[in-house]
Ligand binder design. Structure first.
Ligand code: HEM
Ligand code: HEM
Length: 162
């Protein structure tokens, strides 16, 4: 598949939609620990508790799966101008790690909720925090590329091509 100059309109829309949904799921996590404890103690099986967090997380999961399919069909732009082979590798693996964490975080949340498991809940918290940290690092690197190296990194994820 030939390298494209930028991500497609759909890929750009999905990138920012997912970023907003992840931030929203993160901001609504308050009270989930207590909701899970109550669920375990009472053996409840319904959707009681902090539903915005759960729905936002499910939306992340679905949007990321769509994103992965679109990525496989449409491909991605080649390396940034002036990128060394090491930088290219770091970008590829950094993006793969983000995809993995984006799928794992909501999957573990749903597993903790449905399997009534505190231990999986803790794993969900840890993996979710890792996702936020890696995403923050990713955003900082993107800004550094755009404004210090001036290689048009941000333009590729804001201005569509095809
Ligand atoms: C990308 C999506 C998600 C992110 C970033 C995220 C993030 C978090 C964070 C940071 C906590 C810690 C809250 C605390 O105890 O103070 C948490 C707790 C929790 N979340 Fe999520 N979450 C996501 C998706 C989901 C989904 C889809 C579900 C369920 C279907 C879910 C269920 C839970 C549960 C049950 C807890 C309590 C865990 C415990 O305290 O042991 N989360 N989430
Ligand atoms: C939760 C937040 C975010 C997540 C999970 C995320 C994830 C990703 C992933 C997985 C890619 C690779 C796309 C692909 O090749 O398929 C990507 C690309 C990109 N992201 Fe993000 N992103 C987030 C937020 C941000 C923010 C806040 C910025 C800017 C400040 C940003 C800037 C970029 C840029 C510039 C690219 C394109 C890199 C290139 O030229 O290849 N992202 N993002």
């Amino acid at each position: 598949m030939p390298a494209r100059p930028a991500y497609s309109r759909l890929q750009i829309a999905l990138h920012w939609l997912v970023a907003i949904l992840i931030a929203a799921a993160w901001l609504t996590h308050e009270g989930m620990g207590r909701a899970l404890e109550t669920r375990i103690e009472t053996g409840a099986s319904g959707f009681e508790g902090n539903t915005p967090h759960v729905w936002l997380g499910i939306a992340v999961f679905v949007a990321v799966l769509i994103r992965i399919v679109v990525r496989r069909v449409q491909g991605a732009p080649g390396p940034l101008p002036g990128a060394t082979p090491l930088m290219e590798k770091a970008a590829t693996w950094g993006h793969r790690l983000l995809y993995l964490l984006m799928v794992l975080t909501p999957a573990l949340g749903a597993l903790a909720w449905n399997a009534h498991s505190e231990a999986v809940g803790e794993l969900h918290e840890t993996v979710g925090s890792a996702l936020m940290l890696v995403a923050l690092g990713h955003a900082l690197v993107a800004l550094w590329h755009q404004y210090v190296k001036k290689d048009g990194s941000l333009t590729r994820i804001t201005r569509p091509q095809g």
